[in-house]
Design a protein around this ligand. Structure first.
Ligand code: ADP
Ligand code: MG
Length: 238
């Protein structure tokens, strides 16, 4: 579970088409990174997949079923926001439980899922604290925990580490990669950072002005960039 297919997807804001017709398949269990310069459409594409924006034309399929018109909650995907999206007045436990309570899950099941997520993320001793009493890395883990408990078919990350300092970013990068190893769930990770893309991805999608320049593994893109733009972005030798 967790294959996502975009078929001839376009997105316009008013008269401006920011995503020209785009086809892409994201394989079940794959760690896919969308990379490209600021304004190239990475967030828009992720939001279209999540259902947070309506596509203008085309289709989105999740596990072979048409999801084009499904509301976000029905897609079975979980968006991981930057840690500042946590509720400051709620404990870690309540922050993580929030999406499950909204879905009216029963309390025993919620407790079980929180216990599991806290153990995976090393947050067991912090469940009764508030976000303000945690480090930046711990807060980011809580944001990830809020996605894990939903047991999604795919995790969608939009530059989750961009407001962390450089040292913490490296650590969190490893933690997210390890989480992918452990869960083997599809992850789509948006970044403008080449190093993140090269170190984390199974598959990199290089975007430029809303279209795909090239798709491939980090090694393929490094050794066989299709053009100067990809070479420059990936840092291939000239
Ligand atoms: P990225 O995440 O790669 O930096 P975005 O997806 O945020 O890029 O933006 C892609 C393009 O779409 C940009 O030109 C941006 O200005 C435009 N855009 C994004 N969201 C909106 C919106 N809600 N209304 C109008 N234009 C938008
Ligand atoms: Mg963005």
């Amino acid at each position: 579970m967790g294959q996502i297919t975009l078929k001839q997807v376009t997105k316009s804001f008013g008269d401006v088409q920011v995503i020209p017709p785009l086809d892409l398949t994201i394989g079940d269990g794959e760690f896919t990174v969308f990379v490209g310069p600021s304004g190239c459409g990475k967030s828009t594409l992720l939001r279209l997949i999540a259902g947070l924006e309506d596509i203008t034309t085309g289709h989105i399929e999740i596990d072979g079923k048409d999801a084009t018109d499904l509301v976000p909650a029905k897609r079975g995907l979980a968006m991981v926001f930057q840690s500042y999206a946590l509720y400051p007045h709620m404990s870690v436990r309540k922050n993580i439980a929030f999406p499950l309570k909204m879905a009216k899950m029963d309390a025993a099941e919620i407790d079980k899922r929180i216990t599991n997520a806290a153990s995976v993320l090393n947050l067991t001793d912090y469940l009764d604290r508030r976000p303000g009493q945690l480090s930046g890395g711990q807060r980011q883990r809580v944001a990830i925990g809020r996605a894990i408990v939903r047991e999604p078919a795919a995790f969608l990350f939009d530059e989750p580490l961009s407001n962390l300092d450089a040292a913490l970013r490296v650590g969190m990068r490893l933690e997210i990669s390890e989480l992918h190893e452990r869960l083997k769930t599809t992850m789509i990770y948006v970044t403008h950072d080449q190093v993140e893309a090269m170190t984390m991805a199974d598959k990199i999608v290089v975007l430029r002005a809303g279209h795909i320049e090239q798709v491939g593994s980090p090694l393929e893109l490094y050794h066989k960039p299709r053009n100067e733009f990809v070479a420059g972005f990936i840092g291939s030798p000239k």
